[in-house]
Design a protein around this ligand. Structure first.
Ligand SMILES: Cc1cc2nc3c(=O)[nH]c(=O)nc-3n(C[C@H](O)[C@H](O)[C@H](O)COP(=O)(O)OP(=O)(O)OC[C@H]3O[C@@H](n4cnc5c(N)ncnc54)[C@H](O)[C@@H]3O)c2cc1C
Length: 402
């Protein structure tokens, strides 16, 4: 499965900043994390921090899966609005999830603060009503969030215009948000973990697994065996191959980065913008004054067809952004596309699958907020291994889909 097309900016910018060797001998560990993307790196960090002996394996180079294609807006606002999530799950669970996401943004920013050169930047998030008739819904959404202690400001059309110069029927402004270079974050964090004793091996595919009384044996394409007590499957969208059930639909999403702007309004450097239409358009700045623009999602799941669409989609993204920011002169730099997966309720799956050995735990951070989900999942999976309760365990388990 080819997870990305075109030229993801983060790989162009960073190249291969650190090296990890393939697994070259049999071994043992407490936990084997399969997948060295941003999810695997956050889970490995959490488990190693709890004193577990962790090995991370990846079939590609670390960070070269969907992580490299991510535009990495770190937002508590998930693709399913709180009101809609409340209708699906009940208000108590929906609010619990939103609050966990708010906390996860802060936790991620704090983790990334100690990861060198990952470009972590705190930013506010402006959610625009795409159509006049979305405005009422968004007003009610903001009231619901505020009622549950989630701070958000409602900006009527004239306030959106006065503060941001954008023509939109309404906006919701949230202070909690961030952005990061997801590839630099992942590789840099894995390198730090490797220095502190976590064994990281990329270019090593796990081809088989076999349960036994005291754990599981993983077999790699290079013929080696790794014996562990638990396995975390953090294989991104390829995790679905591990379970006998379709839990998400694959989509393609498109992105481009501009050349650095000659001048960028100060507010734009610290504001991520997105909208209430689905699929949505979104934009955020990088530290070197580029804009990352994304959206135009479609149902294409065939890499060659997706590759062919990248130039046309990039042109559409630029044209659509001009509706919001007509005065900016934007020169396209690099464009790319990547696979992501959508679940019916927009929530991820963490934990064991009922049809498989309970010591195999999944970290399927599916959805537009995959990075925030990964932060939540890391703590949840640690609690599961340590046999502790976790407030989101049931909600994010496979049990919710039967
Ligand atoms: C265009 C785009 C934009 C996005 N924007 C955002 C955003 O703004 N904010 C946000 O939060 N999320 C965003 N996402 C989603 C986010 O990128 C994902 O949640 C995240 O990258 C998933 O990381 P991961 O580590 O789970 O998966 P991956 O990065 O795909 O890592 C999984 C790894 O598992 C490895 N693997 C698979 N099978 C095996 C095997 N058998 N043996 C060994 N290794 C294996 C793969 O090689 C891969 O490296 C976006 C996604 C895309 C595509």
């Amino acid at each position: 499965m080819d997870l990305k097309s075109g030229y993801p900016w983060w790989i162009v910018r960073n190249g291969l900043p650190s090296q990890f060797a393939p697994l070259a001998a049999d071994g043992t560990c407490d936990v084997a994390v399969i997948g060295a993307g941003i999810t695997g790196s956050l889970v490995a960090r959490e488990l190693a921090g709890a004193g577990m002996d962790v090995v991370v394996l990846d079939r590609r180079d670390a960070g070269w899966g969907s992580t490299a294609a991510s535009t990495a807006l770190i937002q508590y606002e998930i693709d399913t609005e709180l009101a809609e999530l409340s209708r699906r799950l009940g208000e108590a669970d929906a609010v619990r999830m939103y609050r966990a996401c708010v906390a996860a943004v802060d936790e991620f920013a704090s983790i990334a603060g100690s990861v060198p050169r990952c470009g972590i930047t705190r930013a506010q998030s402006l959610y625009l009503a795409s159509r006049r008739w979305h405005a009422g819904r968004l007003r009610r959404e903001a009231e619901l969030r505020r009622r549950h202690g989630i701070e958000v400001e409602t900006l009527e059309a004239d306030a959106v215009d006065a503060r941001f110069g954008i023509d939109a029927p309404l906006g919701l402004l949230s202070a909690v948000g961030a952005s990061v270079d997801p590839y630099a974050f992942t590789r840099s964090q894995l390198a730090a973990l490797a220095r502190s004793g976590v064994r990281v091996h990329d270019r090593t595919t796990v081809v088989d697994h076999e349960p036994h009384a005291r754990g599981l044996d993983l077999r790699t394409d290079r013929g080696h065996r790794l014996r562990c007590r638990h396995v975390i499957v953090a294989c991104g969208y390829e995790s679905q191959a591990w379970i006998p059930q379709r839990v998400a639909a694959n989509r393609s999403s498109y992105a481009l980065v501009t050349e650095p702007l000659r001048s960028m309004p100060a507010w734009l450097a610290r504001t991520m913008i997105w909208e209430s239409a689905r699929p949505y358009l979104y934009v955020r700045a990088t530290r070197d004054h580029r804009l990352v623009i994304g959206g135009e999602d479609d149902r294409i799941d065939i890499p060659l067809r997706r590759d062919a669409r990248v130039p046309g989609k990039a042109a559409t993204l630029l044209r659509r952004l001009a509706r919001w920011l007509p005065d900016l002169e934007l020169e396209p730099g690099f464009a790319w596309a990547g696979t992501f997966a959508e679940t019916a309720d927009g929530l991820p799956f963490f934990g064991p699958h009922p049809a498989l050995d309970r010591r195999i735990l999944f970290a399927m951070a599916y959805g537009g907020n995959g990075i925030v989900y990964s932060v939540i999942g890391a703590g949840l999976l640690r609690a599961t291994i340590e046999r502790r309760r976790h407030p989101l365990r049931r909600l994010l388990s496979f049990d919710r889909i039967g």
